[in-house]
Design a protein around this ligand. Structure first.
Ligand SMILES: Nc1ncnc2c1ncn2[C@@H]1O[C@H](COP(=O)(O)OP(=O)(O)OP(=O)(O)O)[C@@H](O)[C@H]1O
Length: 767
């Protein structure tokens, strides 16, 4: 028997042994779990029997409460324990089919013997709980596997650096308990597992990459020191993957103090959120709080406005250049994305210390109880030294006292007894019992008095809540003042026109995307910013799409939060985001650590060579060695043959066995056209802003919704010069092309766009 077969047999025996251990553990846990389940069911069933309920005397009530509490605690402890056992069972189940993917033999410098370290998605001890059969990929020692080829190696532990030598590095593909592939890595590393993983068809949800994390990516994943980690990575270099594995790593490393609620991830759109939602559960972790920046702003601003989404803004930029106000809107976008606008707002806020804050009347039953003028006067009578949000606190306190007075005054009015049905049964009972004196007449009077008090209290409590939430401040009208009456010391360029446009939008309760972050910032200056203190780690994916203003706001909102920004400046498709973007090395005002990823894993070498030749920036881009066809440009004469070609190319890609095929358009308008053209001819789905997940098959979508996602085959249905007309379309076209894993087809009528024309002719085929 050859050595190879011999060692494969030995490894298979070990796999069998590990699976046997897993089965044993599972059996034990099942026993425990069903005992616990029974006890939980029993406890629930007999809950009231075991509680001594007696409400006769106040002491009895207290005793009953204590007994209830004790019973509930017991139940929730059992339930928690049952849940924990359930989690352990799930982990064992995950390990069962494929217990590990890697092995290293490591000899510490201070030891004679080498240890065999098997690495999988979770750790597993032997039945005596003495030795690790499998090490979690996040354990300190596992970093050896990702960071070094065989030879001298080191890893960090809490006690310090451990040095030694890796004598063997082995990769496994294990499916249903059987070794399907086994590769030893020599000094020249050929990552067989990675080759295999990347050659597969794309899937509709992202997969974890723990078996094949690359050294550079590992630096991002295990980075513990930086408060601000900036990752500039080329398209398909694994930024999102690294971000998700980093979250899983942090949740493991700091499991005592960090939980999923302390981590927030800003993602580009809801489709992307669902695309990545499987990764953390696949790694045995709970999903963290995922939101888009739009939703985050919306939550802070409330429903006073209809807020434009970044996609609507982009559609506007791409397709409304014939609008009368287009040029001014572009200027407005430009200015409002800059930190200069933040300074202007600060200037305006200083002015508001003296005058111009707008308030709302506090009215009740169509009568003004406290007028906005009274509130205004009270606010401006307060000491100048007090900051505006603190003054608002004082105003709120004063208003609550005033409301208390009005509450008392209202109590005896006629309307009160008409509203008595608002009260619940409990309030009636309370009124009845409390009013039980000796004679009947005074009983009735007292009961009414109690009910009256209860009604006004209830009605006023809503108003009080609004006052506590500073609803007496008219933030939107005050923001409007910035654009209507106020004169800045030095007016920015085109200020008058910007003001007219903004005031018009605000008056129709419409907040443009460029105004959304400034508005929340402004609101914070008036009412106090309530950043989320519970957030310990913030991840911003597609960070190239945030303006300088938006970054500044995020910094203000999360002053003590560690941040990881990931993006690719080549894919900056929104206007005004690149000027001061922290992803650019020249814009580094903040203390940070920067990691650059240059290798592109998603696309074949041929696609990367092509897209690289018109990539907008100067960043280095290296392809991963995976071969495929060169991108194809099909030139057609007219619209009719363009449509026929599109259907023909779709057929060809499907015949090749590709499962996810995207027709990526420049705008939503174009994608609607293409969808209508195809809907009766082929099975196709359209993706829009409201799409939350997608299935295998053919999809048509605008490029900005394809961000972060990938497909087996991509067709650009119209790559003509007339579609991608300007230099500003370069990032859009680059982003669209880099979504392809295996095949890229572009169709053009007349001349192809300048990006294709400018690419080296040997990087693509023309048909
Ligand atoms: N180490 C790895 N092992 C296996 N697959 C990897 C690895 N790194 C990246 N990939 C794969 O490459 C593809 C691109 O990864 P990912 O989406 O994380 O890149 P990205 O940098 O966020 O891309 P983009 O900026 O273009 O959206 C995915 O299919 C991912 O699974």
């Amino acid at each position: 028997m050859s050595d190879e077969i011999n060692s494969r047999n030995t490894e298979q025996e070990r796999v069998n042994h590990v699976i046997h251990e897993i089965n044993k553990k599972e059996e034990k846990l099942y026993g425990k779990s069903s005992d616990l389940k029974e006890s939980v069911v029993d406890l629930r069933k007999n809950f009231w029997e075991d509680v001594k309920v007696n409400l006769d005397e106040p002491d009895d009530v207290i005793e009953t409460q204590a007994s209830l509490k004790q019973q509930a605690e017991l139940l929730s402890e059992r339930e928690r324990f049952h849940g924990k056992v359930g989690e352990e069972l799930k982990t064992l189940n995950r390990l069962k089919g494929s217990p590990y993917f890697g092995r290293i033999d490591f000899r510490e410098d201070s030891e004679k013997q080498k240890d065999q370290i098997y690495i999988g998605i979770s750790s597993l001890m032997d039945s005596e709980e003495d030795d690790f059969l499998v090490y979690d990929w996040r354990a300190p020692i596992s970093s050896l596997y990702y960071d070094y080829p065989p030879g001298k190696a080191a890893y960090e532990t809490i006690e310090g650096t451990i040095t030694g030598e890796i004598t063997l590095k082995r990769q496994f593909i294990i499916r249903q308990g059987m070794i399907k592939g086994m590769f030893d890595t020599g000094v020249t590393i050929v990552d067989h597992l990675l080759q295999q993983a990347l050659g597969n068809n794309a899937s509709t949800t992202m997969k974890s990459i723990v078996a094949t994390i690359q050294q550079e990516q590992n630096k991002i994943i295990r980075n513990e020191k930086s408060d601000l980690l900036i990752v500039q990575g080329t398209a398909g270099s694994g930024k999102t993957s690294a971000a998700l594995q980093r979250i899983a790593y942090l949740l493991y490393r700091y499991r005592e103090e960090l939980n999923a609620d302390n981590v927030v991830l800003f993602s580009p759109n809801p489709l992307f959120s669902s695309y990545i939602s499987n990764v953390l559960p696949e790694l045995g972790e709970t999903n963290v709080r995922q939101t888009t920046f739009l939703d985050y702003l919306q939550e802070g601003i409330g429903n006073k406005f209809s807020i434009e989404s970044p996609f609507e803004q982009m559609e506007y930029v791409l397709s409304k250049s014939n609008h009368e106000e287009f040029n001014i809107r572009m200027k407005s976008m430009d200015y409002k994305s800059s930190p200069q606008f933040k300074l202007l707002i600060d200037q305006f806020v200083s002015h508001l210390k003296d005058e111009d804050i707008q308030f709302k009347n506090i009215s009740f039953r169509k009568q003004v109880l406290i007028s906005k003028e009274q509130i205004h006067d009270y606010f401006y009578s307060l000491d100048d030294e007090i900051a505006i949000p603190n003054k608002m606190e004082l105003v709120s306190k004063w208003l609550l006292q005033e409301l208390q007075y009005h509450q008392r005054m209202e109590k005896d009015k006629d309307w009160v007894m008409e509203q008595v049905e608002l009260l619940d049964k409990e309030a009636f009972l309370k009124a009845y019992y409390k009013s039980q004196n000796s004679d009947e007449e005074s009983n009735v009077a007292e009961e009414e008095e109690i009910l009256r008090r209860a009604v006004v209290k209830k009605v006023f409590s809503k108003m009080k809540q609004l006052v506590e939430a500073f609803e007496f401040v008219n933030v939107s009208a005050t923001y409007q003042k910035l654009f209507i009456d106020w004169e800045p010391k030095e007016s920015p360029e085109h200020w008058k026109d910007i003001c007219l446009l903004t005031a018009f939008d605000l008056s129709r309760k419409f907040l443009t995307w460029e105004d959304a972050a400034p508005y929340l910032y402004f609101q914070g200056k008036l009412l106090g910013a309530h950043g989320d203190r519970a957030v310990r780690h913030l991840f911003i994916d597609e960070a190239q799409d945030y303006s300088a203003f938006q970054f500044a706001l995020i910094k203000d909102l999360f002053p003590y939060t560690r941040m990881t920004l990931l993006g690719d400046i080549n894919q900056a498709i929104y206007t005004n985001t690149t000027k001061e973007n922290p992803l650019l090395p020249k814009n580094q005002n903040w203390k940070h650590e920067r990691i650059t990823l240059t290798k592109s894993y998603r696309s074949t070498k041929q696609i990367v060579e092509f897209t690289k030749s018109f990539a907008p920036g100067q960043e280095k881009i290296e392809p991963f060695e995976r071969d495929g066809n060169k991108p194809l440009l099909v030139k057609v004469e007219n619209k009719k043959s363009m449509n026929e070609t599109l259907i023909g190319e779709l057929d060809k890609l499907q015949d090749k066995g590709y499962e996810t095929i995207a027709l990526i358009c420049k705008t939503l308008e174009e994608s609607e056209e293409i969808f209508n053209l195809l809907r009766n001819k082929v099975s196709v789905k359209q993706i829009n802003e409201e799409t939350y997940s997608f299935e295998k098959g053919i999809v048509v979508l605008p490029v900005y919704l394809a961000k972060g996602i990938e497909f087996d085959g991509v067709i650009i249905p119209d790559a003509s010069k007339n579609r991608y007309t300007a230099e500003s379309d370069r990032t859009l076209f680059y982003t669209a092309c880099t979504r392809a894993m295996h095949e890229l087809v572009m169709i053009s009528m007349d001349k192809a766009c300048m990006f294709i024309e400018g690419a080296s002719p040997e990087t693509y085929t023309i048909e």
